[in-house]
Structures are given as C-alpha cells and as structure tokens.
Design a protein around this ligand. Structure first.
Ligand SMILES: C[S@@+](CC[C@H](N)C(=O)[O-])C[C@H]1O[C@@H](n2cnc3c(N)ncnc32)[C@H](O)[C@@H]1O
Length: 324
C-alpha cells in the first residue's frame, strides 16, 4: 500500500518535471513572437531618427483682396512621432479692399495721427535747436540706379518704404517721381530707433533723455528738401505698421524693404510687404550682397521667391521681384 502511494507520487513528480520545460519554451516563443511583431519595420519611415523632407503640392493665396493664385511646393517635415505640414503655420490675412491712391494720405493722417499732419507746426520748440540742416542726407545706396529704373517702369502712385532712417532714399524717390511728373505718395515705415549702438557711427543725431531724435531729424530733412507733400512717416515697428496698412486697405505699387537685415526680420518684412503690394507691383530691397550673405537678406529673398514661384533680379546691391 505504501509502495503504491510512493509510485503514484513519483509519477506526479515526473509528469510535473516534464511540463515545466515545455511551459518555459511556450512562454519564450510567445515573448519572442510578440516582440518581433511590435518592433518597427525596417522599411517604415519612422524607423529613422532623422527628419525627412517631402515636397507637397500647395495652393498659395497672394493675399491682396483681388487675389491671384499660384501653385507651388511646400515641404512636409516628419519625425518619429508626428507629421507637420509647414502649411499649418501659414497665417493668411485678408487685407481690406484697396482704397484709391488719392485717399491714402488723408486716411493715414486721420487714422494714425488723429487728423493732424506730423509736419504741422514742425519743428517744436523743444527740439528745433537740436536738429541739423544738411545738404546731403546720409544713407546707404540711397541714390542707386534701381530707384530710377523702377519708378520709370512702374510709374507708381503709392510707394511704401520699410526702413527709412534719415530719409535719404525716400527723398531721392520723391525727387524722381516729381521729375517724371507723377503724383506719388511715399509712406515711410520706421520705428526711428535705428539699431542698438548705431550712435557709435551717428553721434551728430541729437539725444534727449536717452531718446535719439531720429524721427525729428527725419521730419526735418524732409522739410528742408521740400518734400512734406509727398512723404509721410509711419513711425511704428514694421510688423505693426504693415499690418495696419493692410487693415486700412493701403496698397502700394512699389514696396521697398530695407529695415532689419537678419533673416527673421527680412523674412517677416518681405512677407508682410508682399501682402500690400498691388497685383503687378514690384517688391525690392537693399543689401542682397552683404557679409551675412546667405544667412540674412539673401536667404529670405530667395526662399520667398522659391515659395511663390517668382524670379529674383539683381540691380546693383538691390534685389528686385516683379509680380507681373
Ligand atoms: C538701413 S536703415 C534704412 C536706410 C534707408 N532706406 C536709406 O537708404 O536711407 C534701416 C532702418 O530700419 C529701421 N528698422 C529696423 N528694424 C525695424 C523694425 N523692426 N521696424 C521699423 N523700423 C526698423 C531702423 O530704425 C533704420 O532706420
């Protein structure tokens, strides 16, 4: 009886010993199979850690109110987990309907200067002794041939200049338009702050309580050269000024870009300036060839032209993009 029980115990022991390796083997097999199935496929694009750039067809709107549509290509950026279309970051702003060129001066004076021209009663007493009369206004390529070439070709009613400084290029354009018998309004967008440290080169521009009188000196130069009827300042940062003009329906036949020369500034100004360009107008700017070369203005211009399928032409130090 005891021997029988002992035999039975041995059998149970033997069978449990035989089951264990089988179970381990099955678990191992299952684990391997699950691991294999959940691993990334070698052909899947997310298996690489680098970004992949793929061209996508895209329709872009030239955001003037009388829109033209161009077809071009954008890049799709994807990484391991997400796919982001650059188009998602595109903010399309619709400007107001264009107002007639002859109404632009009055509209800007009313909406930005409470109805009083900034040249009214100029210069104020507290500043007049600090302003300097000059026979040649300091600028950079401000009398370049590009101005005459474009003004002769386009015969603009409205010019918007982004980056004016002391007014050299604006005064030159005002002289040219008058010589050609045109009635042209020139709007000069500038925050009239210059740039940090610019007084190292321009000590002769007065300063009052740390506030450089660049705006007053600009108004003074325009007055001295007798151009107050055709030039009007828009004394705000380029972003807010261009947005405002778009909102007011102020469109230009010529837009000149010559403010910040780093990539981001130039890129923003070109894109915002293009919004207020009349269909068929010309956008152009200075310093296509500078030391920063492909890191600043030139990169922004070339990228913009590529996205919009437009050609960049060169005129001296200036880049020029015709939209017709
Ligand atoms: C190179 S100067 C313009 C020169 C002028 N076009 C000429 O030829 O005489 C650049 C001007 O851009 C202005 N500027 C720079 N960044 C600006 C911004 N974000 N908004 C408004 N003005 C800006 C500066 O105050 C400066 O007067």
């Amino acid at each position: 009886m005891r021997t029988e029980q002992h035999n039975n115990n041995n059998k149970r022991l033997l069978s449990s010993k035989a089951i264990k390796p089988t179970a381990y083997f099955i678990i191992l097999l299952l684990t391997y199979t699950l691991g294999y199935l959940s691993s990334p496929s070698p052909t899947s694009s997310s298996s690489t850690s680098s970004l992949s750039l793929k061209p996508l067809p895209l329709k872009l709107n030239h955001a003037s109110s009388t829109t033209t549509t161009t077809t071009t290509t954008i890049l799709r950026v994807s990484d391991n987990t997400t796919t982001t279309e650059i188009n998602s970051f595109r903010v399309t702003i619709r400007c107001a309907d264009p107002i007639p060129p002859e109404e632009i001066r009055g509209t800007v004076i009313n909406r930005l200067f409470d109805g009083t021209s900034p040249f009214h009663n100029f210069p104020p007493e507290h500043a007049s002794a600090m302003l300097r009369r000059t026979t040649k206004v300091k600028g950079w390529g401000s009398n370049g041939a590009v101005f005459e070439n474009l003004i002769r070709k386009v015969r603009p009613r409205v010019i918007v200049e982004v980056g004016t400084f002391l007014g050299a290029s604006a005064i030159h354009m005002a002289e040219l338009t008058q010589r050609l018998g045109l009635e042209t309004q020139i709007l000069c967008i500038d925050d009239f702050r210059g740039w940090a440290g610019f007084r190292d080169q321009f000590k002769n521009i007065a300063m009052l309580n740390g506030d450089v009188l660049l705006y007053y000196q600009f108004l003074y130069n325009v007055a001295v050269f007798n151009r107050t009827g055709s030039i009007l300042p828009v004394p705000f940062s380029s972003g807010s000024a261009l947005r405002k003009l778009c909102e007011l329906g102020v469109f230009a036949d010529l837009v000149e870009i010559d403010a910040g020369h780093d990539f981001l500034s130039a890129w923003a100004d070109i894109n915002r300036g293009y919004r207020i360009l009349r269909p068929g107008g010309v956008i152009f700017g200075h310093d296509y060839f500078i030391a920063a070369d492909n890191r600043g203005v030139r990169r922004a211009v070339d990228l913009f032209a590529r996205i919009h399928n437009l050609r960049v032409k060169i005129d001296g130090q200036h880049w020029v993009i015709h939209t017709s």
